[in-house]
Write a protein that binds this ligand. Structure first.
Ligand SMILES: [Zn+2]
Length: 275
C-alpha cells in the first residue's frame, strides 16, 4: 500500500499542478478580458413584434409558430417562421435603396458598419417640432461644443428624442393610418438636404443613423437626404433607440444587418460600446 502511495503521489502532484495552472491561467485571461473590454454594451435596436413600426406602405412583421411544446419523443421544441419588409423596425438602408448601382446590403463593407461613433443631440429643438429639419448649424454647433470636426470615418448618430414615443405610431410618426394616403400625414424630424450635402462634401463619414422612421423628415416628398447620402455609399440606420444613453463621443458602434443578398435594406442589430 505504501509502495502504491509513493507511486501515485507524483501523479496526484502533477494533476494538482495542472489544475492549479489551468485555474490561474483562466483567471488571468478573464482579468485581461475585463481590462480590454471594460465597456458597457448599449442596445440601440428595437425588438421585432406585432408592435414594430413600419413605413406606412410596407408589409409588417409577422411571426408564425411552427411548433412549440413537448414532442412525443420527450424533448421540448420551439420554432417559428417570420416575414418582414426590409424597411421596418430598426433597420439599415443600403445604398441601392435610393441609388442605382449602389451597394446592396450584403455588399456594404463591414468597415463602414463597425467603428467609432459620435452623437449629435437635437432633441431640445426636435421634440418641440415634429417637422424639424436638422440643419448645418446643428452639426457646426456640435463641432464647436466638442472643439473638433466630425472625425473622418465616424458613424454619426442623430438624436431627435423621438424613440421615447415608440411604438406609439401617432406620436412617433404622426399617424396610425396605413397605405399611400397616410404618407401625407407623416410628421417626424429628419436631416435637411443641406446638412446631408454638407456632410458628404465637407466631412468624410462612414454611416449615419437616426431615432425616427427615416433619415428624411416625415413631410419629405423627394427623399433628398436619402439620395444624397446613399449615392455616396453612406448607409443609413433608422428607428434607432437608446441614443440618450450615449455620450457625444468616445463610443464604438457595431451595426450588423441581416446579410440579404441584393437586399435594399435589412433588419439591423446595432449596439454601442462605451467606457
Ligand atoms: Zn429604410
Amino acid at each position: 500500500m505504501k509502495k502504491l502511495l509513493y507511486f501515485l503521489l507524483p501523479v496526484f502532484l502533477i494533476l494538482f499542478a495542472c489544475k492549479e495552472k489551468n485555474t490561474s491561467s483562466l483567471q488571468e485571461v478573464e482579468k485581461k478580458n475585463r481590462a480590454t473590454t471594460n465597456q458597457k454594451i448599449i442596445d440601440l435596436s428595437h425588438d421585432y413584434s406585432n408592435e414594430t413600426i413600419y413605413w406606412v406602405t410596407a408589409e409588417e412583421f409577422q411571426l408564425d409558430t411552427v411548433f412549440k411544446g413537448q414532442t412525443d419523443k420527450g424533448f421540448y421544441y420551439c420554432a417559428n417562421n417570420f416575414s418582414t419588409a426590409e424597411h421596418g423596425g430598426t433597420h439599415i438602408d443600403a445604398p441601392i435603396h435610393f441609388a442605382e448601382g449602389g451597394l446592396s446590403v450584403d455588399e456594404i463593407p463591414l468597415e463602414k458598419l463597425i467603428g467609432p461613433g459620435i452623437k449629435i443631440d437635437v432633441s431640445a429643438k426636435a421634440l418641440n417640432n415634429p417637422d424639424y429639419l436638422i440643419a448645418i448649424d446643428d452639426l457646426l454647433a456640435w463641432e464647436n461644443q466638442q472643439k473638433m470636426k466630425i472625425p473622418n470615418a465616424s458613424i454619426v448618430l442623430l438624436e431627435t428624442g423621438y424613440s421615447k414615443y415608440y411604438p406609439d405610431k401617432e406620436k412617433y410618426m404622426g399617424t396610425v393610418d396605413r397605405g399611400e394616403d397616410a404618407i401625407k400625414q407623416l410628421h417626424f424630424p429628419g436631416l435637411s438636404k443641406e446638412a446631408a450635402t454638407w456632410l458628404v462634401e465637407k466631412r468624410n463619414i462612414n454611416a449615419i443613423g437616426i431615432d425616427t422612421p427615416s433619415i428624411d423628415y416625415g413631410q419629405s416628398e423627394y427623399f433628398e437626404s436619402h439620395v444624397i447620402l446613399l449615392s455616396e455609399n453612406i448607409p443609413a440606420f433608422e428607428n434607432l433607440t437608446n441614443l440618450d444613453k450615449l455620450p457625444a463621443t468616445e463610443f464604438k458602434i457595431i451595426a450588423l444587418p441581416m446579410k440579404i443578398k441584393e437586399g435594399s435594406g435589412a433588419p439591423l442589430r446595432i449596439v454601442a460600446l462605451k467606457k
